[in-house]
Every structure is written in C-alpha cells, then in structure tokens.
Ligand binder design. Structure first.
Ligand code: SF4
Ligand code: SF4
Length: 417
C-alpha cells in the first residue's frame, strides 16, 4: 500500500539529484516570492491591482479558495502530549505514512531529510523562521490529465486545475500532520496557502522528480510537470528515499517544446546556468509571474505543463515512450518529433467541460477573450531572450518590507505573443 499506483520503485535511484546543487544555496525570505512582490507593488500599480483579482476573478477559483481557507488554520497543530508506542523500524514508519497519504488520494509520496536551505529565512512580517523539523513527507497531487488536455493551458480553467490539486494537497497534508499531532508528535503541513518551506528542493531530495527546462519546475516520470505538491515536516525519525534519475537532463537538452510554446518567452532556449547554488535552466520568473497574474484572456497559466512531452496519462504507448526516453537516449530526437506529429499538446475539444465566467467589478460576465492556442512547431527563440534577467539573492527585497520596492534590474520587455 505504501507504493501507490505509479511504479516509482522501477526508476533508478542515485545518491544526489541530477541537478548540481552547491553547498552555499542561500535561504530566501517569503517577501522575495514574485507573487508577494506583485501584491506589495514591486512590479507596479497595474500588476498590484491585477494581483488582487488574479485568483478570484473566476467563480470556480473562489469556491476552491473558500474551502482551502477553512483548512489553513489547521496547518500548525500542536502535539497532544500523548506518547503511544510506535514501531522502532524506520522503514515501517515511513511505509505507514506513505500508505496513509495514498489512502487519502495523494498520487505519489516520498520522504527526505530537510536541508536548511529548503526553509524560508523569514516570514512575511520579517520574523526569522528557524529550521525546526528534520524530515519532510512530500506528496504529489495530479492536476488531472483530461482537463489539461482539453485546455490551452492559459484559458479560463487554467488556475482551477492548480487549485484542484492545491486543495487536495492541503487536505491530505493537513490530515497527515494532524494525525502525527494526535500521536503526540510535532508536525506541520505546508501548502499553497501557508508554507514555511520551499517545495522544489524537497521534491528533488525525496526522489519524486528531476529539475526540467521549464526552470523552477520538477518533472515526475509518470505525471510530468502536471502536479502540485504539499509537504509535512516532522521530527519523527523516518527512513528516507533517494533522488531519481530518469535521463531528463539529456531529454530537456534536446527538447525545446515548453520554451517554444510559452506565451511570454519566459523559458530558456539556451543552456543551464548557475543560479542561487543550482545549475539549472533559469526562467524569467518576472515575465512568467506578470503573465499569470494579468493574463487578459484566461486565468493564470500552465501552458508549459500542458505541452510537455512528459504530460501523459500512462497508457501503454505512453509507458513505451517513457521506457525509450529513459533507456535509449538515441531515441530522444525521434520521440520529440513524434510528440508534435501526433498532436500532443493540441486541445482535445471533447474534454472542454467548463464554463467561461469572469468577475468584472460587481458582476459575473462572459469574458471578452479566451486564449485558444494550439501548437506552433516552427516558433524559434525570441530575439530578446538574450536579456533574460536572473533575480539572485542580492536582488531580494528586505524581508520585512511592507512598502513597494521596485525591482532592481535591467528592463526587458516581455515578448509580445
Ligand atoms: S508563462 Fe505560462 S508557459 Fe510560460 S513559464 Fe509561465 S506558466 Fe509556463
Ligand atoms: S517540454 Fe521538453 S524541454 Fe520542456 S520540460 Fe518537457 S521534456 Fe523538458
């Protein structure tokens, strides 16, 4: 029961993540997150205004938000003072918690130690966050293959796909953390609503994926990038998993599909760079955030996830392609060509089930525009990509800054679509 529905045990395990990570990864304050920067006005008044209606402009998102908001106060529970007997065997403990997460409908689960740099350095009031737990139980929740296939990735269902997985992740992680509290153990859940940890390094360390060309997005061999994560941190001693290697670094080296299809040119067509201690394909986080927040013809964006070669359902032919991607690097170019030739990434109109509605002022209206994109196989690197800006730790705002701190950078215009 601890293995779940996807055969992660068949994927090669390695001692270190396939992305080079140095020993001096800086800890980031929550204030440096670009959605927080948008909310505080660092990206300008227009962006700040859009941020206020970004999630709630779609009625379905508001419904998700209400339920998630009810879970958030439960995330920081206290152990109840009991100390019942638990198995001494660490693997048995880990398997029990993984089985519980799967029982609660998490799709894939891994466990790792928490490196200090995975903890945010400061909360939104500027208070220091001490690294306080040793272990992380990391859970992935599928955003839903069919709906993503029916969508362009940046139309009016896009943000709701994220919220579907955020909500389920909140529910699962908060029940797991509360259960540990019931057993007298310190534990806290970290979700999209409230997290003291960065999820990306934990997903890597817990062996749930590799870092991809999309940039600050990890890919799982079976879900691709089509997931959201939630985390439980605890001091209960547990057995940990090792990182995985499914040959993604080589695959992304040859493949540019996500970069080609990104509506605002935020994904690198170039090589990896060193950034804040990671050797990675660095995206333009500002351009991506701006587009997701103020997308005028949809709600948010997940187009890179939608078009990715690894966004597959697990049918026989998908598993066969995955086997070749992992075991036969010489097949990568053919697989990349085949994905476009078979129209993966085009919208499947039969799976468009949702209604397009948008709050405008005090009224819900039918939106004037909807992004209806399909594939653009001939699209090449935009010329302005040479100027992609990296926001290293030295550009981070003061952790306690409530006021707008305009970003310090050489300006580049996001590419016009
Ligand atoms: S703008 Fe959309 S497609 Fe581009 S990186 Fe951001 S989420 Fe992905
Ligand atoms: S679309 Fe291609 S390059 Fe982009 S993350 Fe997926 S496999 Fe890698």
């Amino acid at each position: 029961m601890h293995l779940g529905q996807y055969p992660m045990e068949a994927i090669k395990r390695v001692d270190e993540p396939t992305t080079k990570i140095t020993n001096d990864v800086p800890r980031m304050p929550k204030r440096a997150n670009f959605f927080v920067r948008s909310a505080r006005g660092d990206l300008g008044a227009k962006q700040q205004k859009e941020l206020r209606r970004f999630v709630g402009k779609v009625p379905l998102n508001r419904a998700f938000g209400k339920v998630m908001g009810a879970i958030t106060p439960l995330q920081r529970g206290e152990p109840n003072g009991q100390s019942p007997e638990l198995p001494a065997d660490l693997t048995e403990r880990s398997n029990h918690l993984k089985a519980l997460a799967h029982f609660m409908d998490a799709d894939i689960v891994g466990i790792c130690k928490v490196p200090d740099y995975a903890w945010y350095s400061h909360d939104l009031d500027g208070n220091e966050i001490p690294p306080r737990h040793k272990y992380a139980i990391v859970m992935l929740i599928d955003q839903g293959y069919e709906t993503m296939a029916g969508s362009s990735g940046d139309d009016w269902i896009s943000a709701s796909q994220s919220y579907r997985a955020y909500l389920r992740g909140s529910e699962v992680a908060t029940v797991v953390a509360s259960y540990l509290n019931e057993l007298g153990i310190e534990a806290q859940s970290h979700t999209n609503s409230d997290s003291d940890v960065l999820h990306l390094p934990l997903i890597l360390q817990a062996g749930l994926g590799e870092l991809s060309r999309i940039g600050e997005v990890v890919l799982n061999p079976f879900l691709g990038p089509r997931f959201k994560s939630s985390v439980v941190t605890t001091n209960l001693e547990l057995a940990v998993d090792k990182p995985i290697d499914f040959n993604l670094q080589k695959f992304c080296d040859s493949c540019l599909k996500c970069a080609r299809e990104c509506p605002c040119g935020a994904i690198s067509f170039g090589d990896k760079v060193m950034f804040n201690g990671y050797e990675m394909w660095k995206p333009d986080v500002e351009a991506c955030t701006r587009y997701r927040v103020s997308n005028p013809a949809g709600s948010g964006c997940g187009r890179c996830m939608k078009v990715c070669h690894f966004n597959k359902k697990g049918l026989f032919q998908h598993r066969l392609a995955l086997w070749f991607a992992i075991n036969v690097p010489a097949s990568h170019k053919f697989l990349i060509w085949l994905d476009d030739a078979l129209d993966y990434g085009k919208r499947v109109s039969d799976w468009n089930w949702w209604w397009n509605h948008e709050w405008r002022g005090e009224q819900i209206e039918t939106p004037k525009k909807t992004n209806e994109r399909d594939l653009r196989p001939d699209r090449t690197a935009p010329s302005n990509q040479k100027n992609v800006t990296f926001y290293g730790i030295e550009t981070a705002p003061r952790p306690d800054a409530k006021e707008a701190l305009p970003i310090r950078k050489p300006r580049k215009k996001p590419q016009k679509d």
